[in-house]
Design a protein around this ligand. Structure first.
Ligand code: HEM
Length: 620
């Protein structure tokens, strides 16, 4: 794996006196103060202390070895952009530093590549210089995030970005010339407050203006410093987009739709921030960027990513894979896949196109296992994954059971149609197959020793299976409704509301008997009849179906599937109890119940008791 740092800076050790060259004051220059040290000056004003790593490739390479970095993409320092100057001066200055960058790279043993800079105040000159630089060996361009009062949605800048896409140049956007400087005279606030806000402004301008809708998806663009405050404030932006027409701008989709259209670097200096950034942007959109070798840069480049709790494959993406894609470093030659026997027409997805990972949200899925134990106990991952897998299957069960209800409802309304009954039986078969897997799956969790579970169990309280909203939804949907269970969902209003809805809606059991009634198999309940009498009438209706097999094969099939599903849910309950006893004995549950002895009381619960009762009624 080639570790690539896409955000770091260089500064040549000397260059012509720009103030004299253009006869204008306040150009940056370098004042060497002692061996290996210098100050960047802007006119008479001190700007920043720097060290020889800025200009000496040998020092850089040594420090890259120390930090385990294979490749750096160097870029100039924004103080050299000169966007406010006459274009001929800015162009000449850009050419000086672009050529100096290539000269430095030529001494970097193939481990240094460079982003050029362009006179962005003039789109034609900027495009021309970019083309010259790409020909000369730069891999892309670093641009400032604004030109005076113009943001990145300025038509000239958008035209330039289009040209970058055409030229295959990667774009790094760096904040500079921070706003409200008069309110941030102290404490490096332009860096700590201004830069993140500037970057946020640029990303938002690019999205809301609709520029990303118009720019080709082949544009590869990255925002420095973790994209500034963008990721953290995305929720706010999204909320405004949905609720305030005036906040929508001209983009076709909500802001979150565009996250796979740009990258950010990883320069956020905090583990929680990195986790959050990767969680928001996606593991494919964040790349190692260090701001090396400036004072606010990462001291040991890559350590934030390496020491994070991110999964190994995500770390590999951040350290290497994403930058390889961003820089198009390993564009596969046509026919290379053929040679490896991968088929005759290899399809390499363009950035933004659907891939296996993006369709299935694999990176996001693999971010969802966050152990409570620290350092993580080895078995906690299994504990989380097994529960998550159950919840995913519960989701599919609800999806299918809802469809069964809809089919049975339609079957009742048009009692001559067999299609709906057939479809209900087909989906119920899927439900039983899923349930079989769910019963079996407990064995995997039983490979966890009781002592290993106890090592992190205390951290889970008061979380408990009682709070599984989907499990309870399945119960309510099938007809096993117990209002008392709602109390476990009070802390989560959305879960509470959807369970309440399930409680009030007709259940699968209700709809099934509604259909039998519509078919004339079940007489309407007599006024004043008791619940027991109604129950017996329903059981007799099922009994009648079985007695007339010749006419009711399809309905009997539904009955058999429902019975089997009921049976499997009881098996699930039993296996769960065995697991509980095996792992925690007769201890209380984290949800406050008596544990296994409470769970044993649930074994008598049935979704479709009439189907069982009908069996007792049958005689030879
Ligand atoms: C180490 C493994 C497990 C232990 C020790 C355990 C323990 C318990 C206990 C004691 C309860 C009763 C409620 C309470 O007081 O907390 C319970 C309920 C529950 N558990 Fe588990 N459980 C385990 C694994 C699982 C798994 C893998 C699932 C899969 C989804 C699950 C789903 C549930 C559900 C849905 C309930 C509510 C059952 C009901 O109300 O009928 N449990 N669990």
């Amino acid at each position: 794996m080639q570790v690539i740092d896409i955000h770091n800076h260089f500064f040549p050790s000397s260059w012509p006196d720009l103030a004299a060259r253009y006869s204008t004051p306040n150009w940056p220059w370098i004042k060497h103060t002692e061996p290996g040290k210098a100050d960047i000056m802007v006119g008479d004003r001190f700007f920043r202390h720097i060290c020889s790593a800025c200009w000496d490739p040998d020092v850089r390479l040594q420090e890259m070895d120390r930090d385990g970095v294979d490749l750096q993409i160097i870029s100039a320092t924004p103080v050299l952009f000169a966007y406010e100057r006459p274009v001929e001066h800015a162009l000449d200055c850009a050419q000086l530093f672009n050529d100096a960058a290539l000269e430095l790279c030529s001494r970097g043993k193939s481990r240094l590549k460079s982003f050029c800079q362009v006179p962005l105040q003039d789109v034609d000159a900027a495009c021309k210089e970019l083309s010259r630089c790409m020909q000369a060996g730069h891999v892309g361009v670093q641009i400032g995030n604004h030109i005076g009062s113009k943001n990145l949605d300025d038509p000239g800048v958008v035209a330039f970005l289009h040209h970058c896409a055409d030229e295959g140049a990667a774009v790094l956007v760096h904040p500079w010339e921070m706003f409200a400087r008069d309110r941030m005279p102290k404490y490096m606030m332009p860096w700590t407050v201004g830069m993140p806000a500037e970057t946020q402004l640029s990303v938002v301008a690019l999205i809301l203006s609709g520029a990303l809708d118009r720019l080709p998806s082949s544009l590869r663009i990255c925002f420095a410093h973790g994209g500034g405050s963008f990721a953290f404030l995305l929720g706010r932006l999204e909320n405004a987009w949905h609720h305030q027409p005036v906040a929508r701008g001209d983009c076709q989709h909500p802001p979150s739709h565009y996250l796979n259209r740009f990258y950010t670097d990883s320069a956020v200096f905090d583990q929680r921030a990195l986790q959050f950034l990767v969680g928001t942007m996606g593991a494919d959109q964040v790349m190692l960027g260090s701001d090396y070798p400036f004072p606010l840069g990462e001291e040991r480049v890559g350590s934030l990513i390496r020491q994070s709790n991110l999964p190994q494959h995500t770390k590999a993406k951040l350290l290497s894979g994403n930058a390889t894609r961003f820089l198009k470093l390993e564009a596969e030659s046509p026919g290379a896949a053929d040679k490896r026997g991968l088929g005759s027409s290899p399809i390499a997805p363009e950035p933004g196109q659907l891939t296996y990972s993006s369709y299935l949200r694999v990176p996001e899925l693999l971010e969802l296992q966050q152990p409570q134990s620290s350092p993580p106990h080895h078995d906690e991952l299994l504990f989380i994954l097994v529960h998550q897998t159950y919840e995913l299957w519960f989701k599919e069960l609800l999806h299918d059971l809802d469809a069964v209800v809809a089919n049975l409802r339609r079957a009742g309304a048009a009692s001559q149609s067999h299609d709906e009954v057939y479809e209900a039986a087909r989906l119920l078969r899927r439900c039983t197959e899923i349930s079989r897997v769910l019963v079996e799956q407990f064995t995997i969790l039983e490979t966890m020793l009781p002592t290993h579970f106890l090592a992190f169990r205390g951290l889970l309280e008061p979380a408990s299976g009682f709070q599984s909203e989907q499990f309870r939804e399945i119960e309510f949907l099938c007809g096993l409704k117990d209002e008392k269970m709602l109390r476990y969902h009070r802390p989560t209003p959305e879960a509470y509301a959807s369970l309440k809805r399930r409680l009030e809606e007709p259940s699968l059991r209700d709809v099934f008997f509604g259909a039998l009634q519509a078919m004339g198999m079940l007489p309407p309940a007599r006024e004043g009849s008791t619940e027991r009498e109604r129950f017996e009438a329903r059981a007799r209706a099922v009994h009648a179906l079985y007695k007339d097999e010749h006419h009711h094969r399809d309905w009997i099939d539904v009955c058999e599937r429902l019975t089997e599903f009921d049976e499997l849910v009881v098996s699930w309950r039993l296996r769960h109890i065995q697991l509980v006893e095996r792992i925690i004995g007769i201890r209380m549950g984290t949800g406050g119940s008596a544990g296994a002895s409470y769970l044993k009381l649930t074994l008598d619960k049935k979704f479709f008791p009439e189907l069982w009762e009908a069996r007792t009624l049958l005689t030879e």
